[in-house]
Write a protein that binds this ligand. Structure first.
Ligand SMILES: [Zn+2]
Length: 78
């Protein structure tokens, strides 16, 4: 069984299932049985990095690779 119970519920019958939630008719405890019950409505906001930030990141990655390839070896002291 999944979900969050604010109180202890031992009732096994009389549960109402709607939209990812199960509600106990006897004591009113709600259990979330589906991920969609706790998910905010609508689609997630699209996050796009600014062009300048991606350029800085690309340059840093390129410098890291160049520093690595200048090495004579990959082992300790190499
Ligand atoms: Zn109950």
């Amino acid at each position: 069984m999944t979900g969050i119970a604010t109180r202890t519920c031992t009732h096994s019958n009389g549960w109402t299932h709607t939209g990812g939630e199960a509600t106990c008719a006897s004591c009113g405890v709600r259990r979330f049985t589906d991920y969609r019950a706790v998910r905010p409505p609508g689609l997630a906001q699209v996050v796009t990095a600014p062009r300048k930030a991606t350029a800085v990141t690309d340059r840093a990655a390129a410098e890291w690779v160049m520093m690595r390839t200048r090495r004579r070896g990959w082992g300790p002291g190499g």
